[in-house]
Ligand binder design. Structure first.
Ligand SMILES: Cc1cc2nc3c(=O)[nH]c(=O)nc-3n(C[C@H](O)[C@H](O)[C@H](O)COP(=O)(O)OP(=O)(O)OC[C@H]3O[C@@H](n4cnc5c(N)ncnc54)[C@H](O)[C@@H]3O)c2cc1C
Length: 373
């Protein structure tokens, strides 16, 4: 099976890159160890957030924000995106001062997407919020989407563009000779000019197989879904410096997360819910929204994703091995970036370069040799 590009990993980042590269005429095969969306992309809270982003990510995030508003043009479905706004609460004066400083810094850079809001604004955007919330930051164009609709839409659009997707296809070895990669998988041999490492929590393993050993940690973020309650929360809510994200779905259920970490299995292949750690996010939700006390939890889960030391992804060509592109390490906030990062990876595949400056995302910052030195 020979192709221009072999993408390893059928999460949303692999699918987005595959789709956007195939539309530009290259032949793309994508291999996924389980089924598409099995890991972080299927476990995500699907918040679409430019709010509070690391400055290095903002150019990609702002481009992605634009795409989310026109998602149908990219994948023929809006992926359930709703621009319900994202509100970051300040639960005390110190948090508000830090938010104000961040917004002032963004404005000095000519970026005006975040708006500083006071306690009255918070009450009007989020009636019922605890009065101890003194203000915050609001982005009206942010929101959330439906992750499973997004996976289906990106998968179907990729197939329509000519991408071959092979599921239950674990990559077990990679070798390169005469400008070509040879990937051994449990479903046979694949050959390609370029390889894209979009293997999420297992990207370090792929990097070792490819001869560019990188090191990352694994996040095991947890989520809770509650029973349905009357509509009361419109924006996606977070709290500055706290482990909280809270939103209400169109069905009325509440989705509570915010980065509380589950338990990673010793073989690093799965993660289980740590109910004590999860309780801190649930308590944070009740603290900012006292009416939620007594609402019943119906389901919990933990998802797995690569996390880098600086919490921003690795995106770009390997500096060590030819014909290898890395795209992983989104550290808990890569869902929103799917359309723009896919576009950038497609640029790298098709043109060898892109208009975004990828210096902050270079792989060498997490190279094992460098970490050891
Ligand atoms: C609980 C949770 C909540 C989140 N909430 C948000 C949010 O609100 N907003 C936001 O922006 N982001 C959020 N994120 C982060 C976001 O979901 C991820 O950044 C994004 O989904 C990562 O996509 P991916 O394609 O890089 O990884 P994944 O979806 O994990 O895909 C990687 C794939 O590679 C496959 N693979 C690995 N090794 C191999 C191999 N050897 N051979 C073949 N296939 C292989 C895996 O099986 C996996 O399916 C959240 C994540 C979690 C877990």
């Amino acid at each position: 099976m020979s192709t221009d590009v072999l993408i390893i990993g059928g999460g949303l980042h692999g699918l987005s890159a595959a789709l956007q590269a195939a539309r530009r005429g290259v032949s793309v095969q994508l291999v996924e160890r389980h089924f598409v969306g099995r890991h972080a992309s299927g476990a995500t809270a699907a918040g679409v957030r430019t709010l509070g982003r690391n400055v290095a990510e903002l150019p990609l995030s702002l481009e992605a924000a634009e795409s989310w508003h026109h998602m149908k043009a990219l994948v023929d479905d809006d992926c359930g995106f709703v621009a319900c706004g994202q509100l970051q609460l300040a639960e005390d004066g110190e948090a508000l001062a830090k938010i104000a400083k961040r917004i002032a810094r963004l404005e000095a850079m000519g970026l005006h997407h975040e708006r500083l809001v006071d306690a009255d604004d918070v009450q009007s955007v989020l009636p019922g919020v605890s009065p101890h919330c003194v203000g915050g930051a609001f982005v009206s164009g942010d929101g959330s989407a439906d992750p499973h609709r997004a996976i289906r839409a990106f998968r179907d659009a990729a197939k329509k563009a000519g991408v071959t997707i092979v599921e239950e296809c674990l990559v077990t070895s990679l070798t390169r000779s005469a400008g070509h990669w040879r990937a051994e998988t449990i479903r046979g041999i694949f050959e390609a000019r370029l390889i894209v490492n979009a293997a999420g929590a297992w990207a370090d393993h792929i990097s070792v197989l490819a001869g560019d050993p990188l090191r990352h940690a694994i996040r095991t973020s947890m989520m809770v879904v509650t029973e349905r309650v009357a509509p009361r929360i419109k924006p996606v809510v977070s709290s500055f410096g706290r482990r909280l994200s809270l939103k209400q779905t169109s069905q009325g259920t509440l989705l509570i997360g915010g980065g509380s970490q589950g338990k990673l299995a010793a073989d690093r292949q799965s993660a289980a819910v740590d109910i004590t750690a999860l309780a801190s996010s649930v308590q944070a939700a009740i603290r900012v929204f006292p009416e939620l006390r007594g609402v019943r939890m119906v389901r919990t889960w933990a998802g797995m994703e690569a996390m880098t030391p600086d919490h921003i992804p690795v995106i770009g060509f390997s500096q060590k091995v030819e014909g290898l592109i890395h795209v992983f390490g989104f550290s808990g906030h890569g869902f929103q970036l799917v359309p723009s990062v896919g576009r950038v990876v497609a640029d790298l595949i098709c043109e060898g370069h892109t208009n975004h400056n990828l210096d902050a995302f270079r792989a060498s910052r997490i190279a094992i040799e460098r970490v050891a030195a």
